[in-house]
Design a binder for this molecule. Structure first.
Ligand SMILES: [Zn+2]
Length: 293
């Protein structure tokens, strides 16, 4: 009745997809084919409905829920958990019944969050920890996998920690979903175009005041250039030119470093939309730090 085997097949399939594609999964390539269970193909989600219970299930509870790219989850992330609204219509309508049954049966499910059209970040195992039929919403919490079993701790501290982690991951995912498309999924410095190796780098660190996850505080960078930027080995000045740390320029250490040096003085790739370009003031403040180092 809990569909434990089907759920664990779903989580295992998502583990494999994340190893291959990264945290954010392309719907068409990764999710649309579904996963195999008991000799049949089972879809992961229903992006039109939000709440999804697979036809292959015997139990009543939803297998996954999802948000769309234009339903901001930001308001949804509260201290107590992630708020998820019922579908329109009766509270006993089939989808709402499946959502509420996830609370009654305390089964783990997947929360697919979309930060941009066509892409989903799966959070699992998640649990429905509160059902409020009057407000027509449930509260969802992130659990962990313990001894290969999905598990939701009773300890409020554990729960708060897991939730904070989930919020950070969702926040990073959203930032990435804003920044990468503006650069057409390329590294602004070396123009590498492989989304598994690309990050949204913060100009002002997100922990600092002014380090908001807005597009003008971000630059799309490959893993190497992101690391180098965070460590002041590479900088971008307010005129969008690349600077390599003198220490690296003087060094001679094989072809990779030689390649890195060639970007010295070059202009970064900029988003076509002017109001998506990196904020010059933030770049200037950041560049000062690099020059002082
Ligand atoms: Zn790069």
């Amino acid at each position: 009745m809990r569909d434990d085997l089907l759920r664990s097949a779903c989580f295992a399939a998502l583990d494999r997809l994340r190893a291959r594609f990264g945290e954010e999964l392309p719907y068409a390539e990764a999710l649309a084919p579904g996963f195999q269970f008991d000799g049949r193909r089972v879809p992961f989600l229903n992006y039109q409905k939000g709440i999804y219970r697979a036809a292959a299930q015997t139990g009543p509870a939803a297998l996954s829920i999802n948000t769309s790219a234009n339903s901001p989850y930001d308001d949804a992330a509260t201290e107590a958990g992630l708020v998820y609204a019922y579908r329109a219509g009766s509270i006993d309508q089939a989808d709402n019944r499946a959502l509420r049954a996830a609370f009654d049966t305390a089964v783990p499910l997947v929360y697919f969050v979309s930060h941009r059209p066509g892409w989903y970040q799966p959070e699992y195992p998640c649990y429905v920890i509160e059902d409020d039929p009057h407000a027509r919403r449930v509260l969802v919490a992130r659990g962990t996998i313990r001894l290969l079993e999905p598990y939701l701790s009773d300890d409020p501290l554990d729960r708060a920690y897991a939730l904070r982690e989930a919020r950070v991951r969702l926040h990073q995912g959203r930032f990435r979903g804003l920044v990468l498309p503006a650069y057409r999924d390329r590294c602004a410095i070396c123009s590498l175009r492989e989304s598994r190796l690309l990050d949204a780098a913060h100009i002002t660190a997100d922990a600092d005041p002014g380090g908001a996850a807005e597009i003008r505080n971000g630059v799309s960078l490959c893993s190497i250039h992101h690391r180098a930027y965070d460590n002041d080995l590479v900088a971008i000045d307010p005129d969008y030119r690349v600077h390599i740390a003198p220490r690296l320029l003087e060094d001679e250490d094989g072809p990779m470093l030689e390649l890195l040096k060639t970007f010295q003085g070059q202009r970064i790739i900029l988003p076509t939309r002017v109001n998506a370009r990196p904020d010059r003031e933030r770049l200037a403040a950041r560049f000062e730090r690099f020059s002082a180092a």
